[in-house]
Design a protein around this ligand. Structure first.
Ligand code: ZN
Ligand code: ZN
Length: 468
């Protein structure tokens, strides 16, 4: 473990004289400040929470954020660039609609606007919502750089992803647009809604996902990480580009599945002990990621009965980090026309790449730590097996623990919610103790080592500060 002073922070608490790290990804949208665990408490922070803000204020806040982006964006330079990249066809700029929500193309972390060419061709300008100020600029720049490299890689495959035409970083003096951006192809189709699909439509989508998983399984990599473009213009593996929640700094690449899972666990353990994540439930969250660390070797099967298992489990594969239904675009017949939003895509061990996804999950069970394979997980496994890919089918069938570990307990969990999550995890790991008793025993074990005592005292300090 690093000493606590070495743990990188996204931001420092904005309260004058406080030197504590701010909670990651939790800037207050009203006072626009990052606060530490102590100063985030109601006694020190009086702003209304997101749930207490009126729709009118919410819409105004988003309108202001978009106005800021548009004020920074050099639109003539954008039009020049797009036209030069597309045979000098004329194009116009159309800001993306963000309200009402049904028409929104504002994502959780990205704003989108249209470029419409004279022949009707449409591109998207995709730019991180830096106005939310959730993540430091260097992390966002790496995410944009890696998303571009991922899309360029996907262009060489038959996976239906948007073509990428250009990208730029705001720190680059040669970037005339003034913002971080990607210029990408707008794909046809509408977002797939799993809850609205008929059984036949849902099965048709799963069959196509099985075909795409097979294609990705034929494109192995030698390490875990995220794609970047080398100075010679080749695609190569760089550090892992954060995670689904943008909680982590880029790290790696990692040469083994164990190193990759252990690195995720170690980063979370440091951040929890340092008060940067899970500040309301540090004991439970720390123990959850200790379980991930202790199981990081056994999570990835070494080999199996299936002939393709050895090849699978010694290699790494591209994974869409937020593989949920509305990132699939479909036509009227539920043919997949595109897979969008490859932000933070990663090259990961087979057990995660082809393990059960968010798309086929029961979200209530996933967020409560209960897990278990769903009917859709099993259908996907059957589809892979019927196509002759036993190894991939087995990844779906045994990868449920990895799905839960990489999703984790919610960062805003109360101690009771986090304890329930942990209680649901224990029997899945063969631990049949009552959760309260198990937590007690683990704390006793921590007291036996110097490192453990240091962690316990740091966590206690964090809990005491929140009571003051
Ligand atoms: Zn505030
Ligand atoms: Zn503070």
């Amino acid at each position: 473990m690093q000493t606590f002073s070495d743990i990188p922070r996204y931001y420092t608490c904005a309260i004058p004289s406080c030197t504590q790290p701010a909670i990651r990804c939790r800037r207050c949208a009203v006072c626009k400040k990052h606060r530490c665990a102590r100063h985030e408490a109601r006694r020190y922070h009086y702003c209304p929470s997101d749930g207490e803000i009126s729709d009118e204020d919410w819409n105004k806040r988003i309108a202001d954020e978009v106005a800021d982006i548009l004020a920074k964006l050099n639109i003539p330079a954008l039009l020049d660039l797009a036209q030069s990249l597309n045979d000098n066809k004329l194009c116009v700029f159309e800001p993306g609609q963000y309200s009402p929500p049904s028409a929104s193309i504002m994502g959780g972390t990205n704003y989108h606007a249209w470029l419409i060419f004279e022949d009707g061709e449409r591109w998207l300008l995709r730019t991180p919502r830096v106005g939310l100020d959730l993540v430091p600029p260097d992390v966002f720049e790496y995410i944009v750089t890696s998303e571009y490299a991922t899309l360029k890689f996907l262009e060489t495959t038959s996976i239906p992803a948007p073509r990428a035409f250009s990208f730029g970083l705001s720190s680059d003096p040669a970037n005339k647009l003034g913002i971080d951006y990607l210029l990408i192809q707008a794909l046809p189709g509408r977002p797939y809604k799993r809850g609205d699909a008929t059984l036949g439509q849902s099965n048709h989508v799963l069959e196509q996902i099985a075909d795409m998983m097979i294609k990705l399984s034929q494109l192995p990599f030698s390490a875990a990480g995220s794609l970047i473009t080398s100075s010679e213009g080749n695609t190569k593996i760089g550090p892992v580009s954060s995670n689904r929640f943008i909680h982590l700094y880029p790290s790696g690449p990692h040469n083994s599945p164990t190193d990759y899972f252990a690195d995720t666990a170690r980063q979370y353990l440091d951040l929890i002990a340092d008060g940067q994540l899970h500040e309301r439930c540090p004991v439970e969250a720390y123990l959850f990621y200790s379980l991930l660390l202790s199981r990081s070797e056994e999570l990835s099967p070494k080999a199996g009965a299936a002939t393709d298992m050895d090849a699978l489990h010694s290699r790494f594969f591209l994974k869409h980090v937020d593989d949920k239904d509305d990132h699939l675009l479909v036509d009227d017949d539920h043919n997949i026309t595109g897979i969008i939003d490859w932000q933070s895509a990663r090259i990961v061990p087979a057990i995660e790449a082809f393990g059960p996804s968010i798309l086929t999950s029961d979200l209530d069970r996933l967020v409560s730590g209960k897990g278990g394979l769903t009917q859709d997980d099993r259908k996907l496994a059957d589809a892979l097996r019927s196509r002759g890919h036993e190894g991939l089918a087995q990844c779906v069938e045994v990868g449920d623990l990895v799905r839960t570990f990489m999703f984790g307990p919610d960062a805003d969990s109360s101690p009771a919610q986090a304890r329930a999550f942990l209680g649901n995890m224990l029997p899945r790991l063969g631990i049949h103790a009552k959760v309260d008793q198990w937590i007690q025993e683990q704390q006793e074990l921590f007291k036996k080592t110097e490192k453990g005592r240091k962690v316990l005292s740091k966590i206690q300090e964090l809990l005491d500060l929140q009571k003051e």
